[in-house]
Write a protein that binds this ligand. Sequence first.
Ligand code: KG4
Length: 319
Amino acid sequence: FIILISLGIEGTAEKTGVGIVDDEGNILSSVGNQLFPKEGGIHPREAAEHHAYWIPKLIPQAVEEAGIDLTDVDFISFSQGPGLGPALRTVATAARTLSLSLKIPIVGVNHCIGHVEIGKLDTGAINPVSLYVSGGNSQVIAFESGRYRIFGETLDIAVGNCFDHFGRETGLGHPGGPVIEKLALNGSYVDLPYSVKGMDFSFSGLLSAALRAFKRGVPIEDICFSLQETAFGMLVEVTERALAHTDKNEVLLCGGVSANSRLREMLKIMADEHYANFYMPNMKYCGDNGAMIAWLGQLTNKYFGTVDIKDTHIIQRYR
Ligand code: KG4
């Protein structure tokens, strides 16, 4: 067989990962490590130092888990952005070093589209409207008229960041999302600002209002419940409008906030009302991971021919 092997490096925020994926979408390995800040949020320099420490350890681990040699790798894919500057530089430097020393090509890919494409690979969705929600990004994305387009996004902070910031300020700890989800189960609705502008949403006003409510002594369970209902209502509204506009019949949820059951439930109800299928990848591929970068590198090569086929190795393997 001629199989192209892509080694992908991710590290746009506090997580770094290395994944190995072949040109048919077989995920041969995906390993990673996460930085847990001691206090406050993620510091870009700390993230860069974390990645610089971990990437050289994760590469041999990913290669071993894949059952290949490092010399079997045909090209390096890396997350080019968006992300924290110092973290991105670390990833790019690692990718470039590896490509120069192995004398193989390098492909830079978009982190957000990586989430969408691994979601499609893992679920079998073909052409979805995707809601990508994490600590750093909140976007509604769909492939339309020959390219990926962002139909709506946050005008300020990401929804995960809104939850994490609220969690830190109120002593719930970091990350706030999972704790907010638990507390919300025993809460009831209090009024918080709902802000959709055109096809975009905004979470900073919602965060300030939630923090003010906390200072006024409104029960934390009620604030958590209302934070979720309001933020998710905004996300679902824009996803629904993108679905209607593009006339697609699939909805894909991805990114770390997909762990939230209430968000999944709301999105599924909306998808059902439009006779659209609802998909969500395995949690392993919802958060940042190296496999999604390796896979998007493969697709980039397939559609844009980035990698010179003459450079590739012929690998004998039984599948
Ligand atoms: O994609 P991800 O793993 O990495 C970053 O973007 O950093 O997403 C992490 C985000 C955090 O903001 C976290 O609070 C949020 O996902 N999150 C949740 C839940 N689990 C994680 N948000 C709401 N409900 C959850 N159960």
